[in-house]
Design a protein around this ligand. Structure first.
Ligand code: ZN
Length: 218
């Protein structure tokens, strides 16, 4: 271990990204208990439209929502790399086929306010871990009201209609895309992104998210 890492560990001892327990020397990123007990999904998400297949690593329950909130709203930007590594393993485990990785972008305004794009960070880590290309394929031009404020899935679908535009579609025409996002609640946002990518020329789109509502599996 480098001296600087040793000092940083002393000052800021590493904690589990999900339960915040102090990690012991044999644990990295997640504690052994969370590795075992977090709610891993089985099977495919049924509710996403315009894509070949959609998967999530976890259900959006137990310790997952609090962890994602710390990531997005409490400055825990380093979680992006941890989530990305977990997703890279899930891609290998499920043998998901793709030519390139992309992500559901936030608007430029939101990115400026937050300082980073949460799904882009996860996608970049996947690119590094698996040595695969990561492209921005979409832009979010409109700063629409947050989906979290809308309960009905119909309203959520209308709220994201036409919000995304293709970005440099010549790079992904006839290509198989793997689309990364953080959380699926109704699937409206990701369905809209899949439709935009397909209309712009992608041959196939598959989705992988960190977490998804259990109701999307029924
Ligand atoms: Zn833990």
């Amino acid at each position: 271990m480098k001296l600087i890492d040793w000092l940083l560990d002393l000052l800021f001892p590493p904690k589990c990204v999900f339960c915040r327990k102090l990690l012991d020397s044999r644990e990295t990123d997640l504690c052994a208990r969370c590795r075992q007990s977090l709610p891993k999904t089985e099977g495919e998400i049924k509710a996403i439209r315009f894509c070949e297949e959609a998967f999530s690593l976890y259900y959006y329950e137990d310790k997952v929502p609090e962890s994602v909130r710390r990531y997005k709203f409490s400055g825990m930007q380093n979680y992006g790399a941890v989530y990305g590594k977990l997703l890279a393993l899930e891609i290998l485990r499920r043998k998901i086929p793709f030519d390139l990785v992309t992500f559901v972008p936030v608007s430029a305004k939101r990115r400026k306010k937050r300082g980073f794009d949460q799904s882009e960070l996860m996608a970049q880590t996947i690119g590094n871990e698996l040595d695969v290309p990561v492209y921005r394929c979409l832009t979010k031009d409109k700063d629409n009201p947050p989906q979290s404020g809308l309960k009905s899935s119909d309203l959520r679908a209308v709220n994201v209609l036409g919000v995304y535009s293709p970005y440099r579609p010549e790079r992904y025409r006839e290509k198989k895309i793997l689309l990364i996002d953080d959380v699926l609640t109704t699937g409206a946002t990701v369905s809209e992104c899949c439709a935009t990518l397909r209309i712009a020329g992608a041959s196939e789109v598959r989705c992988l998210t960190l977490a998804a509502a259990r109701k999307l599996y029924k």
